[in-house]
Ligand binder design. Structure first.
Ligand SMILES: Cc1cc2nc3c(=O)[nH]c(=O)nc-3n(C[C@H](O)[C@H](O)[C@H](O)COP(=O)(O)OP(=O)(O)OC[C@H]3O[C@@H](n4cnc5c(N)ncnc54)[C@H](O)[C@@H]3O)c2cc1C
Length: 299
C-alpha cells in the first residue's frame, strides 16, 4: 500500500504568509500546489517533507493578464486556465499547443503552471515551451522579489534556483511587435502521456529573414531545455525549409538523450531533429498569418 509518511500541514493565507511559513519550518517544508507530482512522490516515499504549506487558497497567484507589454501568468494558474486563456492563445499559440497534450483533464484542472516548473521533471512540457519563449520567472523570498530567465531557472533534473525559503510567483513573457509565431510538437506513447520527445519554436521575422528564434526541447537531454546553437544558426538566416532542416540537425547534435522505458536514445535524437523542424515550420506559418493548424504529430 502506498501511504505517505506523517506530515504536518499548514495553509498559507497570503504570499507573505507562505514565505514566513517556509522560513519558519526550514528546508524540510514543501509548497503544496496541485499536488499531482508531490503527493505521488510522497506516497512512494521519494519525497518525505516534514511540513506541507498549502498555497491553493492564494487567489492572488492565480491569473493570466497582459500588463506592460507582457503576458503575466500567476504561478498557481491551473493548466486548464492557461489552455482556456484567449490572451495566451492569441500571443503565444505554443502554450495552447503544449497544454492540449499535457496529461488529461483531471490533471489539467488542478495541476499548476508553477508546480510543473518547480517539479523540474526533465520531460516537463511547459519547461520547453517557456524556454522557447525566453520567459522570465519571478521568485519571491523574505527579502523581496528577483527575476531569472527560464534558461537559468532549472539547475538539473528536479532542481531549480528557487531556494527553500522562496516561492515562484509569476512567469512573464514579452509580447514583441511585428510578425511572430510559435508552435509546439510532441510525440508521446499514448494520449496524455509524458513526451518521448518534444520541441517548441518561436520565431520573429524581418521580411523573409528570421530576426530572432527560440527553440525549446524536452525529454531529450537538451541543456536548459533549449537548443541555443540552433537558435544562433537561425538568427539572421532566411526563413526557409533548408534553414529549418539545418537547425533541426544542430539541435539534435547538441542533445544528450538517455535510453529508457519511453524509447532508445537514437530515436529521441531523431525526434529532437524532426520535431524541431515541424515546430519551426508551423511557427513560420503562424508568423505569416496562415492560421494555427494542428500539430503534425497529431495528424
Ligand atoms: C497522470 C499524470 C500525467 C502527467 N502528464 C504530464 C505530461 O504529459 N506533460 C507534463 O509536462 N507534465 C505532466 N504531468 C505533470 C503535471 O503537469 C504536474 O505534475 C503538475 O502540474 C505539477 O503541478 P502541481 O501544481 O500538481 O505541483 P505539486 O505537485 O503541488 O508541486 C510540485 C513541486 O513543485 C513545488 N512547488 C509547487 N508550486 C510551487 C511554487 N509556486 N513555488 C515553489 N515551489 C513550488 C512543490 O513543493 C513540489 O516540490 C502529469 C502528471 C500526472 C499525475
Amino acid at each position: 500500500m502506498q501511504v505517505p509518511a506523517y506530515v504536518e500541514y499548514e495553509k498559507a493565507a497570503s504570499v507573505e504568509h507562505a514565505i514566513a511559513l517556509l522560513t519558519r519550518f526550514g528546508p524540510e517544508a514543501r509548497i503544496l500546489a496541485g499536488g499531482h507530482s508531490l503527493i505521488p512522490m510522497m506516497k512512494l516515499r521519494l519525497a518525505q517533507p516534514e511540513t506541507l504549506i498549502d498555497i491553493n487558497g492564494l487567489s492572488e497567484l492565480c491569473y493570466l493578464r497582459v500588463t506592460d507589454g507582457q503576458l503575466r501568468i500567476g504561478a498557481l494558474t491551473r493548466h486548464a486556465q492557461l489552455l482556456d486563456s484567449a490572451a495566451a492563445g492569441e500571443h503565444f499559440a505554443i502554450l495552447h499547443d503544449a497544454e492540449r497534450v499535457i496529461a488529461d483533464p483531471i490533471v489539467r484542472n488542478w495541476g499548476t503552471v508553477g508546480g510543473s516548473l518547480c517539479q523540474a521533471d526533465p520531460s516537463e512540457d511547459l519547461s520547453a515551451a517557456f524556454a522557447a519563449l525566453k520567459a522570465t520567472m519571478v521568485i519571491q523570498g523574505p527579502g523581496g522579489s528577483r527575476t531569472v530567465s527560464a534558461r537559468e531557472f532549472h539547475t538539473g533534473p528536479y532542481e531549480t534556483v528557487v531556494a527553500p525559503h522562496e516561492l515562484l510567483t509569476e512567469i512573464r513573457i514579452t509580447i514583441r511587435p511585428g510578425a511572430g509565431g510559435s508552435a509546439y510538437e510532441k510525440v508521446g506513447r499514448r494520449v496524455g502521456d509524458w513526451p518521448v520527445g518534444a520541441a517548441g519554436a518561436a520565431i520573429w521575422l524581418a521580411g523573409d529573414t528570421i530576426a530572432e528564434a527560440g527553440i525549446g526541447l524536452t525529454a531529450v537531454g537538451a541543456p536548459h531545455f533549449a537548443a541555443a546553437e540552433a537558435e544562433d544558426f537561425l538568427n539572421g538566416a532566411p526563413a526557409t525549409e533548408a534553414s529549418f532542416a539545418q537547425a533541426g540537425q544542430i539541435a539534435a547534435e547538441h542533445c544528450q538523450p538517455s535510453s529508457d522505458q519511453r524509447g532508445p536514445a537514437d530515436y529521441k535524437r531523431h525526434l529532437a531533429r524532426e520535431l524541431t523542424v515541424r515546430a519551426l515550420r508551423r511557427a513560420l506559418a503562424r508568423a505569416k498569418g496562415a492560421g494555427q493548424g494542428a500539430p503534425e504529430a497529431s495528424r
